[in-house]
Structure formats: structure tokens, C-alpha cells
Unconditional design. Sequence first.
Length: 91
Amino acid sequence: MFMNFDFSYIFTAILSVLVPFLYWLFSFVIIYHLVRFGVGTKPKRVAAVFLLGVVILFTLNILCFVNLDRDSLVSRFENMGNNSFNILYER
């Protein structure tokens, strides 16, 4: 009756939309304030360099995310979660 959802893919999909949105939102706020409230041309140059850096880092992030093996990453996080409390008590 109920559909069997795989929540890891839903979580990955939400993060893949939310993280870039927040990244661009914070970048926009910084660039906007540098351009809007900066006096002279120096803040505008800093904003242009910042924007170039944001675009380069975002492009590198997308390229790395496309080449990421998600199944291997999930298994590593599961192993890390199983071994995180070995110092506190024995299993």
C-alpha cells in the first residue's frame, strides 16, 4: 500500500537544491552591500573579484559533485557512525 521511499536520495536532492541556493543568497548579500554602500570604485572592484571567485568556486563544486560516487560516500558515513563511540564503551 505504501510506497517504499529511499530517504537518502530525498535528503541528497534537498541538499543539492538548498546548499547552492543558500550559497548564492549569501554571496548576493555580500556583493549587494559592497556595491550599494561602498564609496568610490574600490568596493565595486572588490565586489567584482568576489563575484568572479564565487562563480569559479561554484563551478568547481558542481564539477566535483557530478563526479562523486554517492554510494561509496553513504557507506563511509555509515561506517563512521558505527565506529564513533568506541572510545566511550565497548560493544
